[in-house]
Every structure is written in C-alpha cells, then in structure tokens.
Design a binder for this molecule. Structure first.
Ligand SMILES: [Zn+2]
Ligand SMILES: [Zn+2]
Length: 429
C-alpha cells in the first residue's frame, strides 16, 4: 500500500473516531481535575489505551502521567515519535455556556477550595490524542516505527510544594526507552476553526513562577509606628514592576504579573507578612536571568525603603517552546495536507508557556496552535471575531470555549505527523 492511500485511511479512521472524541472531550470537560490530581482522567486514558491492545501502557509516571507504547512493524525498531497531550485543568470558574460546563469544586487543593474548569482546553488535547491512538492502533502493522502516546499531568504547574509536569516525566524515565526521535504537541487557541498556526523560533516564551515574601512586624492597626507595615512596601513593589519593562530591550517582550496576593493581617491588624505570587515571561530566554535579577533588586530595596524585608524565589522555570526552521520546513507539507494549504498560517509569538518545551528541546520536534473558535483573520493575519459567532476568548478566561467540530483536525494532525515521521517524510536530517 502506498503512503497516499494510508493518509486517506488515517482520515477515514479519524472521521470514524470523531464522535467518540467529542464524547470523551465533553466527559472530561464536565469532570476536570487540577494539576497533579488527574486521577480519573488518567484512568480513562489508560483504560482506553489498554483496550486498543498497545504493547505497553505505563501509568503513574511523575504523578498521574500515562505513556502508551505502540510498536509498529520495523524489524530494527525504526523511528520513535512522542505525541503529547496535557491533562490538567485550572482553578477557574466555568462560564463557557455549554450544557457540559463544569460544576466541579476541589475543596482539598492547597490554597483552595477552587472551582475547576478546562479553561485552557486540555480536555480537547486529551480527547484528540486518545482518538489518534485509536487511529494509529488501527494501522499498526503498517507503521515502520514506534508511537509514544504521552499524556502529561501538571502542565499548568503543580502546587509549589510538589513536583510535577513535563520535566518530572523525563526525570521519572518516561523516555528512557525507546528514546523519541521527535516530539509533537499542539494547543487549542482563539484562531479560526481548523487553522494550524506555526512560528519559526520561539512559539511560546520562557516562564518562571515568582514568590515574593515581604516581612514587617505585626502590630495593632491603631499603632503602626510600633511595628513595620509590609503593605506599603508591597504597593511599591507592584508599582515598580511596571517600570521593569523599561530596563530590558523594548524589542524583547517581557511580562511580569502578580496574580495573587496573600496577607495574614486583618482590618485592625497590621500583618507580619504579605506573599505575592506571580509569573515572569520572556520571549527571549536569555532575558530571564536579567529580569529576575532586576525584580529581586526592586523587591528587596522597595521593602528596605519601608523598613521591611523581602525574599524572592523563582520556581517552576520552563524553557521557551522553540520551533526550528528545519523542523517547520519538514512538517509544512504534512500540516497543509491535514488542514488545507490556506488554513496553515504563520502566527506571532506569545508569552504563554507550555512545558512541552522540555520534550521538544531534548528530542527535536514541533509545536503548533490549533484554531477552535468563531474567528477570522484580518488583513494583517490577526484573529478577529467572526460575525455572528461567540467572539474571541483567550485561554484561562472563565468564558473560554473550543468548538467540538475542530477536534477531528487535531486527531488527523497527530496521526499524519506520526506516520510521516516514522516513514521518513517528516524528519530533519
Ligand atoms: Zn494554560
Ligand atoms: Zn494549556
């Protein structure tokens, strides 16, 4: 059988699996689980992979990670493609407006209770990769290599007292054998439905979680001079962060966001400490050390100006998602075959992050965006709301939505990328 014929067969099998993929997606959407708590999601995945008769289904990797191993027919083993989906949800209320919206609350999560939802679309990622496993298992005797179906926990970052995520999977030996010759991932995004967006260079930025603890001296609210109030120091830090942008090149995008402030005071008590939780993002990885150094200086010296102290820690560092020119060049024919040439477009860089970068930088490979919303592209190629649609809603917003009809494109993308890599059509030599 020639390769053209099998591409058609992959599409037919993906179309056959589409209904089940949508059902899985809706089930997962209704039952989201936070980072490092993906117990039932992982069980659903592992049960499905086992039902396909894969050669191995490894579970419990770095928490709830699952890797399915599908060995094809190559006598020497051949190439090894790692297809990756992330499984975790977010502490965000679900206002997506569908009848499968989540009403889940995680009462026990550190810092919680939290409403939980798939506001980043990882329900779609998991369901699409489960569908791709169905498709590829159906043609296993014609695969000249091995497919690893990698279901990753804690992409959004585990609780700070826990390990987890992509690097933890590597460290747990998930890829010790066979070692991937390519890693592939995708993310659903507010782009026109069925569009594949790619970027040569950094698709996503480098990221680090920052924790700043400002310490004063606790005292009665009526006698601030008897103690040290950490609150004005915190105000100075927050204001000063707005000036950090001016201390690195304006041509290298950087963001620093403090998304959560935690104090131990009360309306009539000046508390001992205030803890700031935030994220630092840099489009250029080498800027990260400089931004961190300046943020540390800002926090320590701002606190000192008010007689307080500050300690600054950087946690959960994630490298940028980098697509090299040769990998993109090699993959474009595959993307165009799957999505249609006019729907494969270059995208801008974003300061989102995805720790799939831990796989791609080790094994080579690619990461693309998959459009899932009622969007169109304007004359300069930027997404704008399509007329009469639900608008553009970014990931992590409570109203984030993804259209079910586009999931089959993701299934096909996984299947075609895997097949083309294993046959040597999508490789970097
Ligand atoms: Zn996210
Ligand atoms: Zn995400």
């Amino acid at each position: 059988m020639d390769s053209e014929a099998i591409h058609e067969e992959l599409d037919e099998r993906a179309a056959d699996a589409a209904g089940q993929v949508v059902a899985w997606r809706r089930h997962l959407h209704r039952h989201p689980e936070l980072s490092n708590r993906e117990v039932n999601t992982a069980r659903l995945v592992a049960d499905h992979l086992r039902s396909l008769g894969l050669d191995e289904v490894r579970t419990g990797i770095a928490g709830h990670g699952v890797v399915g191993v599908l060995r094809g027919s190559a006598p020497d083993g051949g190439r090894v493609v790692a297809l990756r989906a992330d499984m975790d949800a977010l502490p965000v209320k679900d206002l997506c407006g569908t009848d499968f919206a989540s009403e889940t609350v995680d009462a026990d999560y550190p810092g919680g209770p939290f409403p939980v939802s798939h506001a980043c679309g990882h329900d779609c990622h998991t369901a699409m990769l489960m569908g791709a496993a169905t498709v590829l298992a159906g043609v296993r005797e014609r695969l000249p290599g091995t497919v690893l179906f990698v279901f990753q926990p804690a992409e959004e970052g585990p609780p700070v007292t826990e390990e987890g995520g992509a690097r933890a999977m590597v460290e747990a030996g998930a890829f010790a054998g066979p070692v991937p010759t390519m890693a592939f991932g995708m993310h659903v995004t507010p782009y026109p439905k069925g569009y594949v967006g790619y970027r040569v260079g950094n698709q996503y930025g480098a990221s680090a979680l920052v924790r700043i603890v400002v310490t004063g001296k606790q005292v009665h609210g009526s006698t601030p001079w008897e103690g040290v109030d950490p609150m004005p120091a915190v105000g100075a830090v927050l204001t000063g962060i707005g000036q950090l942008y001016r201390q690195v090149s304006a041509f290298d995008p950087v963001t620093v966001t403090i998304g959560h402030v935690e104090d131990v005071g009360r309306f009539n008590i000046i508390g001992q400490t205030v803890t700031l939780w935030g994220t630092v993002r840099c489009a250029v990885e080498s800027d990260m050390a400089e931004v961190e150094r300046r943020l540390t200086t800002l926090a320590e010296h701002s606190a000192a100006a008010y007689g307080a102290t500050a300690t600054v820690e950087y946690l959960q560092s994630v490298p940028p998602v980098h697509n090299s020119g040769p990998w993109v060049e090699a993959a474009l024919p595959t993307f165009r075959r799957v999505a249609g040439g006019e729907r494969v477009v270059e995208t801008g860089a974003t300061l989102g992050y995805d720790d799939v970068s831990e796989f791609i930088r080790r094994f080579g490979g690619l990461y693309v965006m998959l459009g899932v919303q009622d969007a169109a592209l304007d004359a300069s190629g930027r997404p704008v709301p399509a007329e009469g649609g639900r608008g553009l809603v970014t990931n992590h917003n409570p109203h984030f939505y993804a259209d079910d009809d586009t999931l089959v494109t993701g299934v096909r993308l996984h299947a075609h990328v895997a097949y083309d890599h294993l046959t040597g059509a999508l490789v970097v030599r």
